[in-house]
Design a protein around this ligand. Structure first.
Ligand code: BGC
Length: 418
């Protein structure tokens, strides 16, 4: 049976041999959107490691959680004929750029380092185009998490993290009654879509999630389960404070840290924020899987655009090898809040939330309850995701009924596919 962390050690040896052969040089200009406290710390680890190998790192950060601004900047760069050397990109976006012939592959590095044997097959498939690796994954993020401030919960008389949406609503009511904000949230389309997909998983289960948000099945999209999901999203809207509009996700995390709010529903990059602020899991903050079976997968990876010049081409190969090296995967993910993409990195230094993520991931792979994130570009083309984001945000910011939202969403998804 597939075991996420017990994969043959021989691959590590092959990796070492290849690393020795790579000249420690090259230049990379890296376009990414990691600008919050935890994110900047994590990408700093990548920069340092690359420079330690003798390379030159040119940083091109484009602020904006979820990466929408970065993707707009990327398009402009490619259109002007000056793509960055390496770009943080994911899911179907990798395939879309590869189809346009914009990407170099890193097949030589991947072959010599046996990436196939150290990556979960579900992830390896996303990194490949027509059988060749065109992206290198740095991590596995889980989207369906609830973060909480234990002191706020205690003051409100909430004695356990909620395991169903009904329990969540009851806990949130208690927090509000105690005079605190129940749900810290930032009103940006990708954040609205993040809590929407987490609710869909909890209300409908992984099979429904897959039918509706991945396969875009009209029956699922127009079902009563989708109506129920929007109804729960409406409940969540009621638990958010009036100043949520446009707020960045990390500022919402800070509200939980400070004890202004009880909960945040967000992927485990939020844990990177807690850790960067010196907070300890289980003491200063709590993590729990959001209600429902399954695991919403989000993985960050880097792609290598077609650039000219020996230095840059060399930089791409060195960066790909570095990203997949076991030592780097450990250091980076300790800061980022995620777990390594490689299956053979020991988790001894990782905290309880990371270990929970790993165990739940293994169970989800075995139980076929692993689902790719729609909100974080792992599931559907950008055009379709855009329709989801628009509709969910419109719902969140209006008094649209759950029935109307369900119908409009199904229509919008159909339009996007035509
Ligand atoms: C990325 C994370 C990032 C988060 C917030 C997600 O889509 O996968 O790496 O921290 O957005 O910016």
């Amino acid at each position: 049976m597939y075991r996420f962390n017990r994969i043959i050690a021989a691959t590590a040896l092959a990796g070492t041999a290849w690393c020795g052969a790579v000249q420690a040089q090259g230049t990379v200009e890296v376009l990414h959107w990691w600008t919050s406290g935890g994110e900047a710390k994590a990408v700093g680890e990548l920069k340092n490691a690359f420079e330690e190998r003798g390379g030159e790192w040119i940083d091109s950060p484009i602020a904006g959680g979820g990466g929408d601004a970065a993707m707009t900047a990327l398009r402009a760069r490619v259109v002007s004929g000056k793509p960055p050397t390496a770009v943080q990109l994911k899911g179907p976006g990798i395939q879309e750029w590869a189809e346009q012939g914009a990407l170099n592959d890193v097949e030589t590095v991947a072959g010599e380092e046996n990436w196939d044997q150290v990556l979960p097959p579900a992830l390896a498939g996303i990194m490949k185009y027509e059988g060749d690796y065109v992206a290198a994954p740095v991590n596995i993020h889980r989207v369906d998490w609830i973060w909480a401030n234990p002191d706020v919960l205690e003051e409100a008389g909430v004695d356990a993290m909620p395991t169903t949406w009904a329990e969540f609503n009851a806990a949130a009511d208690k927090v509000e009654a105690a005079g605190k904000i129940a749900l810290a949230h930032g009103g940006q389309p990708w954040q609205d879509a993040t809590i929407f997909e987490v609710v869909v998983l909890g209300v409908g289960g992984p099979e429904f999630f897959r039918d509706a948000l991945v396969d875009l099945d009209q029956e699922a999209l127009t079902s009563d389960t989708m109506v129920a999901s929007f109804e729960q999203l409406r409940k969540l809207r009621g638990y958010v404070d009036p100043n949520f509009s446009g707020r960045d996700w990390n500022l919402a995390t800070a509200m939980v840290m400070r004890g202004d709010a009880a909960f945040q529903i967000m992927g485990d990059w939020a844990k990177g924020e807690f850790l960067a602020a010196g907070k300890v899991p289980g003491e200063d903050f709590l993590c729990a899987a959001a209600p429902g079976d399954g695991f919403v997968l989000n993985s960050d990876s880097f792609t290598f655009f077609k650039v000219s010049g020996e230095e840059r081409l060399q930089g791409q190969q060195v960066l790909a090898s570095l990203i997949m090296s076991p030592g780097f995967q450990e250091t980076f993910n300790l800061a980022k809040g995620s777990i390594p993409a490689r299956t053979d990195v020991a988790l001894d230094k990782f905290d309880m939330c990371a270990k929970r993520s790993h165990d739940d991931l293994v169970a989800a792979i075995e139980g076929d309850t692993l689902v790719p994130s729609m909100a974080h570009e792992m599931a559907v083309p950008r055009s379709v995701r855009g329709e989801f984001l628009d509709l969910v945000t419109e719902f969140f910011n209006s008094d649209m009924s759950a029935e109307d939202a369900t119908q409009s969403l199904a229509e919008a998804v159909t339009r996007a596919q035509q």
